[in-house]
Design a protein around this ligand. Structure first.
Ligand SMILES: Cc1cc2nc3c(=O)[nH]c(=O)nc-3n(C[C@H](O)[C@H](O)[C@H](O)COP(=O)(O)OP(=O)(O)OC[C@H]3O[C@@H](n4cnc5c(N)ncnc54)[C@H](O)[C@@H]3O)c2cc1C
Length: 420
């Protein structure tokens, strides 16, 4: 009798779990290893703010979200697309819905019921889960080595899928300790960088001691939202990125969904020139003419602050921002002030560290892999998920590509075994 090939999947995030499921379903014997006491910790965290599984926009727009890597990611999405992700959730008994922004969520917005159902189905399919098994590299004979609670463990599978995640939120398990292990095996790796991240500011005119905001602004407004503003920055190709949305002030800068959406452009601008410039429209629903008329309206004995509050509803953090970055002469010149309200300049100094980011850019270079996601340098070793060199904005694009690449790696393993 021929023995069923044994496959090791290392990393139990969405990419690894999807690979394990497809391999087990194909009749292979699957062992899944994870360094943490339980799998899917980042997936569960993603569920805390409302799990955004995927997006409902048309396929062409969807794939364009992967920027420079869209050509390769399109191949993954051909194996599991947005509808495929929704079907997968439905298959686990979790209905999905399209939110007002086009984003797709589970009906209860949570990740835990999905993960519970998924693990149940994986165990039923025969996948063996080995928790607290930290992969530390290869032994001389090619075996995988793990640090486990009982001591060192070695195994020599017929094929291995590495789905070890990026470098964001390392306390949830993905700490990129894989990077030197693969680099030592001549695997090309694009340096890791923060994606969907916050930024530190260059000191504003009121800031002291090299800090981003003045102490007064940071104390009063760190953690507070800029609601319904528009952000504009150069798109690096001679055009502009401009979008409406929200973000928050931090102690040293800015973060939040609108900033994340522009973060790749801002990060690349900083890498090119040492800083990045953006402009905020504090009143995107008012025309420049309306703002100018309000600024020019005689204010009598009223202070500038109460004038702006009563005529333009500018107060709180928006008003404080004007005082933080504008020169006194701009504040008191109605035309210059009106212009500034529609385009407050902010200079960014650096992205926040990747450990704080939502996701990771960079990783295993896509041309280090074949179409089945097998490493050219290490036949029989496949990679999937965020550890690969692609990035995307938030909106469900991260989970979709992670799961889709898990499917492609599993199919790559099957093709490889067949060939062998
Ligand atoms: C706060 C937050 C919210 C998010 N919300 C969303 C969202 O709503 N929608 C969306 O699309 N994306 C979201 N994401 C991103 C998404 O969660 C990740 O892109 C996705 O989890 C990456 O999947 P992965 O399987 O590649 O890696 P991970 O989920 O990071 O899993 C990697 C696994 O590998 C294990 N591992 C690492 N190194 C080793 C080792 N040496 N040995 C053994 N095991 C190891 C880790 O313990 C971990 O379990 C969010 C991320 C964050 C931080």
């Amino acid at each position: 009798m021929r023995q069923t090939p044994q496959i090791a999947v290392v990393g139990g995030g969405p990419a690894g779990l999807m690979a394990a499921e497809r391999l087990a379903r194909a009749g292979l014997s699957v062992d899944l290893y994870d360094a943490m006491p339980s799998v899917g910790r980042k997936f569960l965290l993603a569920g805390k703010g409302g799990l955004n599984l995927t997006h409902s926009e048309d396929a062409a727009r969807f794939v364009a979200r992967y920027g420079a890597q869209q050509g390769v990611v399109a191949g993954w999405l051909a194996r599991l697309d947005a509808q495929g992700v929704r079907d997968w959730a439905e298959g686990l008994g979790v209905a999905t819905f399209v939110g007002t922004s086009g984003r797709v969520f589970p009906a209860d917005m949570k990740a835990a019921p999905l993960l519970r159902g998924w693990l149940h189905r994986l165990r039923e399919a025969g996948v063996r889960l080995h928790m607290r098994h930290r992969w530390t590299g290869w032994a001389g004979d090619g075996s995988l080595q793990f640090d486990a609670p009982t001591g060192p463990v070695q195994t020599r599978p017929a094929a291995t899928v590495l789905a070890l995640g990026g470098a964001s939120w390392p306390r949830l398990g993905s700490d990129a300790a894989w990077l030197p292990l693969l680099a030592a095996r001549q695997v090309a790796i694009t340096p890791l960088a923060a994606a969907n991240c916050g930024f530190d500011l260059q000191p504003t005119p009121r800031a002291q001691d090299g800090a981003g905001w003045s102490a007064h602004f940071a104390e009063r407004f760190a953690g507070q939202p800029f609601k319904s503003v528009a952000l504009r920055c150069a798109d690096g190709q001679g055009g502009w990125f401009a979008r409406k949305g929200e973000f928050v002030a931090t102690a040293t800068g800015i973060e939040g969904s609108l900033v994340y959406a522009a973060s790749r452009l801002l990060r690349e601008e900083i890498a090119r020139t040492g800083q990045a410039q953006l402009w905020l429209d504090l009143l995107p629903d008012r025309t420049p003419e309306q703002v100018l008329a309000a600024c020019r309206h005689p204010r009598g004995a009223r202070s500038l602050s109460s004038h702006l509050k009563s005529r333009l509803a500018l107060d709180g953090i928006k008003l404080a921002l004007l005082h933080e970055v504008l020169a006194p002469e701009t504040l008191h010149d109605p035309a210059a002030l009106a212009q500034a309200i529609k385009a407050v300049p902010l200079q960014l100094a650096a992205p926040r560290p990747v450990a704080e980011a939502i996701s990771t850019a960079g990783g295993v270079a896509l041309d280090a892999l074949d179409a089945g996601l097998m490493l050219q340098a290490l036949p029989g070793v496949f990679c999937a998920g965020e550890m690969l060199d692609w990035e995307a904005p938030t909106g469900g694009y991260l989970l979709t590509a992670c799961m889709a690449s898990g499917v492609v790696a599993a199919e790559g393993v099957l093709a490889h075994l067949q060939q062998a």
